[in-house]
Design a protein around this ligand. Structure first.
Ligand SMILES: Nc1nc2c(ncn2[C@@H]2O[C@H](COP(=O)(O)OP(=O)(O)O[C@H]3O[C@H](CO)[C@@H](O)[C@H](O)[C@@H]3O)[C@@H](O)[C@H]2O)c(=O)[nH]1
Length: 378
């Protein structure tokens, strides 16, 4: 069993344009209730992490979202505000530096704010194994069995029962982890297919590590980033807190934890992976969302003419010969005839009708809004 105190960290960033117009700049995906359970993805994430935490969890988010995040969470959750988005490494390093100051031996676990995991017991088992492995001084991730050869995720290659250091491999095996050989970020289709065939796992952006190990390793890879995070944390609560944050934050390298730490440490044999036994979904686009709802039987409306419509929200919907997912909570009545494989998203100011096989193209359309003088709709 792990001994060091555990502090969950939740970086909540990203603009989530693939779920527009449900998600907007001011209301990113993590703030939305995308499961119909009356809890946002962020709330579900903290619900899942709270029972594992020995110290209050930390959410790191952009300044613009602090108020909305605070409103959704219990008072004991700490919210750290970033002056600007600088990718995941500065956000996680900042949280690690706060944890290191307060509990020098603590292990942090960083988990995305906007992913869906429903098998909580299996998730808790994986985190416990990852904490055990992290106490060996390693960076530990959780690897997901791939459901498809997705090109949208990173892949993790493990050494399985092998590994360059047999003694370390044996210690990892004893806690349910394996040494990582390498990470490969978002491969093309052909490589992704080969990776799935070869048994590689998806990187779900979960990292468990002693806070001091993360910062010490970062101090080797990108010294100014580790020093900056520690300087900001040291000023916390003092009169100069704001001045230090404003001065130091813009100097922090904007980089993902995958490139800053995971890849270089894997090359040194300092990363482990715990194979997950739970299903994971990043609900990254409307196709993933529709899949979620298709799996939730209760929400379906079926007709003898082959109609299968899933309604998310309070919208009033009538359909003939259609297969669709409808998101809507406006007063409008929505009528569908003869539509196959579409998502319909009805909001106060935007109505989106999207073919399921074209979900990837949505980002392009959202990107054009500013050029068209419609930036207010983003
Ligand atoms: N606070 C904060 N968080 C951020 C920022 N940028 C990114 N994040 C957070 O960092 C995590 C990863 O960022 P993404 O932008 O979602 O990463 P990605 O390119 O999709 O890829 C990563 O995640 C995939 C799984 O979803 C992985 O498959 C992939 O290998 C990689 O780790 C998310 O939780 C996101 O909210 C930022 O500026 N600030």
């Amino acid at each position: 069993m792990p001994e060091a105190p555990f502090v969950p960290v939740v970086p909540a960033g990203g603009s989530g344009t693939r779920l527009w117009p449900l998600s907007r700049r001011a209301r990113p995906k993590f703030l939305l209730d995308l499961t119909g359970q009356g809890r946002s993805l962020l709330q579900l994430t903290l619900d899942r992490l709270a029972p594992l935490a020995d110290r209050p969890p930390i959410v790191v988010t952009g300044r613009a979202h602090v108020a909305a995040v605070r409103e959704q969470l219990d008072e004991d959750v700490r919210v750290l505000a970033e002056p600007s988005a600088r990718n995941s490494m500065p956000a996680i390093a900042l949280a690690a530096a706060h944890v290191e100051r307060e509990s020098p031996d603590a292990v942090i676990g960083s988990f995305a704010a906007d992913h869906l995991i429903e098998e909580e017991a299996a998730f808790a088992r994986a985190v416990t194994a990852a904490r055990d492995a992290a106490e060996l001084g390693l960076l530990v991730t959780v690897g997901i069995a791939p459901a498809s050869p997705s090109t949208g995720f990173g892949y993790i290659e493990s050494a399985g029962d092998g590994g360059a250091d047999p003694a370390l491999s044996a210690r990892l095996r004893a806690v349910g982890a394996e040494p990582v050989v390498r990470f490969v970020e978002k491969p093309d289709r052909e490589r992704a297919e080969a990776f799935v065939d070869a048994g590689l796992r998806w990187n779900a952006g979960m990292f468990v590590v002693r806070a001091s190990v993360l910062l010490d390793e970062l101090a080797v890879q990108i010294p100014a980033l580790a020093a900056g995070a520690r300087e900001i944390a040291a000023a916390h609560g003092g009169a100069e807190e704001q001045e230090v944050l404003e001065r130091v934050w813009p100097t922090m390298t904007a980089i993902a934890i995958d490139h800053a730490l995971a890849e270089p440490l894997a090359a040194q044999g300092r990363v482990a992976v715990v194979p997950a036994e739970f299903d994971w979904d990043d609900v990254g686009d409307f196709a993933a969302l529709a899949r979620q709802f298709r799996e939730r039987e209760g929400a379906a409306r079926r007709g003898e003419d082959g109609t299968e419509v899933h309604v998310v929200g309070s919208a009033s919907v009538d359909a003939l010969s259609s297969r669709a997912t409808v998101y809507g909570s406006t007063d409008r009545h929505i009528a569908l005839v003869g539509l196959e494989g579409v998502s319909i998203v009805d909001t106060e100011d935007v109505l989106l009708v999207l073919a399921d096989e074209k979900v990837q193209a949505l980002q392009q359309l959202v990107g054009r809004l500013d050029e068209q003088g419609l930036g207010r709709l983003r």
